[in-house]
Design a protein around this ligand. Structure first.
Ligand code: CTP
Ligand code: MG
Length: 229
């Protein structure tokens, strides 16, 4: 039915999910994305939150190379590719699998399995609104000191200008491709590649539930978040 009110674009966003890390800091034999959180693998929580965001039309997972079939069975609606040695390589492999009709691409760590759908939407919408690179960030709560190799404090950093950056990070497709082509060394996030090109990166408010599950303690926090609903 035709209507005069503008309808928001739906399912026009592809999300790359780097999930190929071993999870050394978490410990244990199972790759982190396949570790259990409240009865389901982290990756399943992650993809469920992504699929619940109305903008998301495609999920491409970079899986541990030795667990590709296992991951396909866990997330049957995603495209699954083998990940690489470093996160950046995993993202590049997933990027290569995105069909050309997706012009907005989000990159989202499987380790941030509880990033809520409204955060995912906010990043996608900011790209749609004309920001070609968008990252969510939270104000830093701790006092931050710069410290020298001899353990002496050099300075107190002005934390009002700092953000702890999360994923999903959103990009206009052409920019993300360019940034990965120009990449020379491993970066911990994709926005870092864009910054290096001198292209502006826009920030939107992050969300505490988008914490990166890194250590066993983070799993405890994640379980508490799920319990609290
Ligand atoms: N990642 C990836 N491919 C790699 C390394 C990391 O896809 N070769 C992914 C991880 O699966 C994770 C995200 O990048 O979803 C962020 O990385 P991190 O939290 O560091 O995860 P791991 O590398 O698995 O953890 P660790 O560094 O403790 O081993
Ligand atoms: Mg890592």
């Amino acid at each position: 039915m035709a209507t005069d009110s503008p309808t928001p674009p739906h399912r026009d966003v592809a999300v790359l999910v780097p999930a190929a890390g071993r999870g050394v800091r978490l410990g244990g034999p199972t790759p982190k994305a396949l570790r259990d959180l409240a009865g389901e693998p982290l990756l399943v929580h992650c993809c469920r939150n992504l699929a619940a965001a109305p903008s998301v039309g495609l999920i491409v997972v970079a899986a541990p190379a030795d667990a590709v079939e296992q991951v396909r069975a866990l997330v049957p609606r995603a495209i699954v590719v083998p990940g690489g040695e470093h996160r950046q390589e995993s993202v590049a492999r997933a990027l290569a699998a995105v069909p050309e009709n997706f012009q907005i691409i989000l990159v989202h760590d499987a380790a941030r399995a509880l990033a809520p759908p409204p955060l995912i939407e906010a990043v996608a919408q900011a790209v749609r609104d004309g920001h070609d690179a968008v990252i969510p960030g939270l104000p830093v709560v701790d006092t931050i000191k710069q410290v020298a190799p001899d353990d002496q404090v050099v300075a107190t950093v002005d934390r009002s200008q700092l953000r702890a950056v999360q994923t999903p990070q959103g990009f206009r497709r052409s920019l993300l491709i360019k940034a990965h082509r120009a990449a020379t060394d491993a970066h911990t996030d994709d926005a870092g590649l864009v910054e290096r090109m001198g292209v502006p990166v826009h920030t939107v408010p992050g969300h505490p539930h988008a914490l990166k599950i890194t250590t066993p303690w983070d799993l405890v926090v994640a379980e508490a978040i799920l319990r609290a609903g």
